[in-house]
Write a protein that binds this ligand. Structure first.
Ligand code: NAP
Length: 196
């Protein structure tokens, strides 16, 4: 998995409602995670809030099967050290290891571009983002997303959900549609590639 690029290819794979929400509905997890084999990610880069949303259930549940030596690395962007369930994450059976990405200086946020460069230096070629919109929006705002993959669900959520790309209010980027597929019970999978 050696990379010649200064940063890995970055994919944001998101389950969305018809009105663009990422929360307040139940995504089809089987289909959603069934699609991630598409990218063969070296790293799963996750926002701290995505982990926190499942941390209690993870900690209270049965111990997982242990690290998967062939799995990707779980890297959690967590400048404030809010995530605590590291053992449960390592043992979940999805990843070979789980690490916290800290800011370079106390009180700062994680430098996302530098984080991707460091992952590339360690050999990562492909990174999949798992985020409800905060982390993926921040990456999008900095032009660091190469592909947006949307799994559209036939549900309208209404005003209870945060907007999808809420870290990216000042970003403008053009993407090219690469794939459209109708899946299962009314889902649509859309893949868009960033236009260079
Ligand atoms: N529908 C889906 O596909 C999907 C996928 C994943 C999660 N979810 C849901 O979405 C919710 C969580 O998502 P979320 O969007 O609220 O949070 P998130 O993306 O999981 O977490 C936000 C992360 O972004 C970081 N961040 C934000 N702006 C940044 C910047 N400018 N520079 C550096 N780091 C920055 C934050 O870092 P700090 O912690 O350091 O501030 C934090 O780690 C949960 O309810 C979860 O269940 C849905």
């Amino acid at each position: 998995m050696m990379s010649s690029r200064s940063r890995p290819r970055v994919i944001s794979h998101v389950a969305v409602s018809l009105d663009g929400a990422t929360t307040e509905f139940a995504p089809d997890m089987g289909v959603f995670y069934g699609l991630i084999g598409t990218w063969h990610e070296d790293v799963t880069l996750v926002g701290a809030d995505t982990i926190l949303a499942q941390e209690q259930a993870l900690a209270a549940g049965p111990r997982g099967p242990g690290p998967d030596p062939d799995g990707p690395l779980l890297a959690v962007v967590d400048s404030r050290g809010r995530v605590t369930a590291w053992e449960a994450l390592r043992n979940a059976g999805h990843w070979r290891d789980a690490i916290r990405i800290e800011a370079d200086q106390p009180g700062e946020r994680v430098d996302l571009r530098r984080t991707l460069e460091r992952l590339a230096e360690q050999g990562a070629e492909t990174v999949r983002i798992d985020s409800g919109g905060g982390l993926s929006g921040a990456l999008l705002a900095q032009g660091l997303v190469d592909e947006i993959s949307l799994l559209v669900h036939p549900v309208v959520v209404g005003s209870g959900s945060a907007p999808l790309w809420y870290g990216a209010s000042d970003a403008t980027a053009m993407f090219t549609l690469e794939h459209v597929e109708s899946i299962g019970d009314g889902l649509v999978w859309l893949r868009y590639r960033h236009r260079d």
